[in-house]
Design a protein around this ligand. Structure first.
Ligand SMILES: Nc1ncnc2c1ncn2[C@@H]1O[C@H](COP(=O)(O)OP(=O)(O)OP(=O)(O)O)[C@@H](O)[C@H]1O
Ligand SMILES: [Mg+2]
Length: 445
């Protein structure tokens, strides 16, 4: 073992130019480098501590810098911006990510057929994108445990991170995403159905139905449109008088007379969406109904189909022995009365059995406007015929004449539509088949 070289500190001090730093460095040399004990263990320990401290310093510094320079924006999956943003991102050309995941939408057509539409959206994970010259980190995360209680889907968030100075771009980007999403829905009507206690869009937005395509007797269409438009202009009038700003419409009449079609077309005409509730649905309870009616999405008409079902329910449920299933009549009344929104609330109800309705439902404030949408009148038959067969006035008269001869009167507009679709571009064929209208639906099999 070599002994450490010894030196005289005083001597060096005397010989030096009095520089203490040299002395100090020599002393450090003496203590650290030339000391076997230190070199063996203590030195490493000190070095390690130093590094750890440095690392801590760096990470603290980074956190500090992060806080100072970066800004996060979190969008939870419950927010409607969430889907808008994902749609925007999947369309964004300069995206650098190639990791997409598929979102499937089911579309149910009027005839009951279901088709699916897939859209590719950025998958979970981190994505880097460049927007207007700024880098943004997009982190789409699934929470492993949390479930969105409304639909059982995993709860997700998208977090966007960018430089503090670029944060204004968030606003621009989200505005762009919103515009794209709204454009896709332009000229369309979104149908909402209840999903647990929430309203969810049902399938893709549908193309608006032209109001003129629903043929109602004489001026029924215009009188409803005028009434709704007048109501929509009267917000101040209601508020000044402290009256709840809502209006209820009841369309009643036989099946296939165009009640539902008219309400959908009206929504399109007013640029409103529709929230549809079927009161006959067995898992709809009074509580859910109340909650749903108080949380309608903006600009939507509430459509309660088969409103008489709330009355039959009690008999049915008593028979079946479920006393709590379904909506009760008092539950419906409470829900109608309890809507306490500052925004307008327009409720449309339909029924095939107005005679089953309790007068309590028809009280003003619950139903303010009732109208019978009946089987086709001659006026409607004529209008329908001419809608399907342009300018065939003469054949139209023959058609009407034959209907009179055969004493066919109780024909629904849906039946007429069926006959005309069956005889597409063949008015003569429709005339030949007039008698089938007497026996409902024969032509559709
Ligand atoms: N007055 C009408 N004008 C144009 N089309 C109509 C009319 N009535 C019914 N139809 C057509 O018939 C079909 C069924 O109509 P819709 O569902 O609107 O009837 P409804 O009155 O709501 O019937 P239900 O009472 O059974 O719910 C739709 O395809 C619709 O286009
Ligand atoms: Mg209907």
């Amino acid at each position: 073992m070599t002994s450490p070289p010894s030196f005289d500190l005083e001597k060096i001090k005397a010989e030096s130019d009095g520089s203490y730093s040299l002395i100090a460095s020599l002393a450090f040399n003496e203590v650290v480098v030339n000391n076997p004990y230190f070199a063996a263990g203590g030195g490493l320990m000190l070095l390690g501590t130093g590094l750890a401290l440095a690392r801590l310093g760096v990470s603290k510094g980074a956190l500090f810098l992060y806080r100072q320079m970066l800004v996060d924006l979190e969008i939870p999956s419950k927010d409607k911006l969430y889907l808008w943003f994902l749609e925007w991102m999947s369309q964004y050309k300069n995206r650098s990510s190639r990791h997409l995941s598929v979102e499937t939408n089911y579309i149910q057509h009027d005839n009951g057929a279901v088709s699916t539409k897939f859209s590719l959206v950025p998958g979970p994970g981190k994505h880097l994108l460049r927007y207007k010259g700024a880098f943004m980190l997009v982190n789409r995360e699934r929470s492993g445990k949390l479930l969105d209680m409304t639909n059982g889907a995993p709860f997700e968030t998208v977090t966007l991170t960018t430089l503090y100075r670029d944060q204004y771009l968030f606003g621009e980007m989200l505005e762009e995403a919103k515009k794209i999403a709204l454009k896709a829905r332009e000229g369309k009507t979104v149908l909402y159905t209840s999903w647990g206690p929430e309203w969810r869009p049902f399938g893709q937005p549908r193309k608006k139905r032209m109001l003129e395509s629903v043929i109602l007797d004489s001026n029924i269409r215009q009188s409803i449109v005028d009434d709704v438009q007048d109501f929509l202009k009267s917000g101040d009038w209601y508020h000044k008088r402290g009256i709840p700003y809502r209006r209820g419409y009841l369309l009643y009449g036989p099946p296939g007379s165009g009640k539902t079609s008219f309400i959908q077309a009206l929504a399109g005409y007013l640029d409103y969406n529709i929230c549809i509730l079927n009161l006959a649905e067995s898992n709809l309870t009074d509580d859910r109904l109340n909650h749903l009616m108080n949380h309608l999405p903006d600009r939507s008409l509430l459509l309660l189909e088969d409103v008489d079902a709330a009355f039959n329910k009690r008999e049915q449920t008593e028979e079946k022995g479920y006393s709590n299933a379904g909506v009760t009549f008092s539950g419906l009344l409470n829900a109608l009365d309890g809507v306490a929104s500052a925004e307008e609330c327009i409720t449309f109800m339909t029924t095939n059995h107005p005679e089953k309705l309790d007068p309590a439902l028809l009280r003003p404030g619950r139903v303010d406007f009732k109208v019978l949408i009946d089987n086709a009148s001659e006026f409607q038959v004529e209008q329908m015929f001419l809608r399907f067969y342009d300018n065939e006035h003469e054949l139209c008269q023959q058609f009407l004449h034959k209907m009179r001869q055969l004493k066919i009167s109780k024909v629904s507009t849906a039946q007429l539509q069926g006959l005309f679709v069956y005889n597409k571009d063949d008015p003569q064929g429709a005339i030949t088949m007039v008698e089938t209208l007497g026996a409902p639906n024969t032509h559709s099999f």
